[in-house]
Ligand binder design. Structure first.
Ligand SMILES: [Zn+2]
Length: 283
């Protein structure tokens, strides 16, 4: 579809360019007879009336996709799913990286274009291109697939100064991936980056701690316990953030709390630990 504003009319069964509802003489005459007068109606019609009617039948029975497009999208998702299953059974997929790089060619092309647009300083265009990719994948029953797209979109939103929308998207992502530990780990990590960017370092530490816990839980799930850093010393992010927050002296105490909690990592009481750490750092 060349024109982004085109919509599918469910009455006419075709794509149309929406128009304003017709000029309404009844309203015009009615208002002329009142103190309000006809001027507000003219202003409303010319400047404020939304283009939300079918240009052929004047109905507002629109949907984003035609049934054929919907079917096409479904087929694309299914193909991708088959491709991913194949890769997984071949043991090629690293769980940390998620499913990037397993979309169909059309989507990969969109993502490439989005990257280029973003590099050229056109963030809003990049976001629109990602949205197009999301059109196909956000309906996928497995959110793991759409996740990298959401992540990219949030990053672009942020870098384009649309911070509020980025945070809103993080909330959406959070509710979408509630059970999936690896996705939550990545999500917290993204939020950590953004808070660091905003120089909100205490908040950034909180997100970083959550990200590590979720990553480590994922390691446990995958039987890769040897990769868990039980001492919280391998990653310098925490110390660096504490330094930036001018809480360097508190981090050691916070680390001890976390190390102790890691004695029983599988049953770690996430909100309690997080609160303890945060209270310590706030002192
Ligand atoms: Zn129509």
């Amino acid at each position: 579809m060349g024109n982004d504003k085109m919509k599918y009319c469910n009455v006419c069964k075709k794509h149309v360019d929406p128009v304003k509802a017709d000029w309404n003489w009844k309203w015009f005459i009615l208002l002329t007879l009142t103190v309000v007068g006809w001027i507000p109606y003219v202003i409303y019609h010319v400047y404020f009336k939304k283009k939300n009617r079918c240009s052929i039948c004047q109905s507002d029975q629109f949907s984003k996709f035609s049934p054929e497009e919907r079917e096409q999208n479904r087929k694309r998702r299914e193909l991708r799913k088959a491709k991913r299953t194949e890769q997984m059974s071949a043991g090629k997929e690293d769980f940390i990286e998620g499913s990037m790089g397993t979309y169909d060619d059309e989507t990969e092309e969109l993502l490439k274009k989005a990257d280029i647009a973003f590099e050229e300083g056109n963030g809003n265009k990049a976001i629109k291109l990602i949205d197009k990719a999301l059109d196909v994948y956000e309906e996928d029953e497995d959110v793991t697939v759409a996740f990298p797209l959401y992540k990219k979109k949030a990053y672009y939103l942020y870098q384009s100064g649309r911070n509020d929308e980025a945070w809103e998207l993080y909330n959406t992502m959070y509710s979408k991936c509630d059970e999936k530990r690896i996705l939550l780990a990545q999500l917290f990590d993204e939020k950590r980056k953004m808070l660091e960017f905003e120089m909100k370092y205490l908040g950034a530490i909180r997100e970083a701690v959550m990200a590590k816990i979720y990553y480590d839980w994922t390691y446990l799930d995958k039987g890769r316990e040897d990769e868990v850093d039980y001492e919280w010393t391998e990653d310098e992010t925490f110390e660096e953030l504490a330094k930036k927050a001018e809480k360097e002296h508190r981090w050691e105490e916070a680390r001890e709390v976390l190390v102790e909690a890691y004695d029983d990592l599988e049953n770690l009481d996430f909100p309690v630990v997080n609160k303890k750490v945060h209270t310590l750092l706030r002192k």
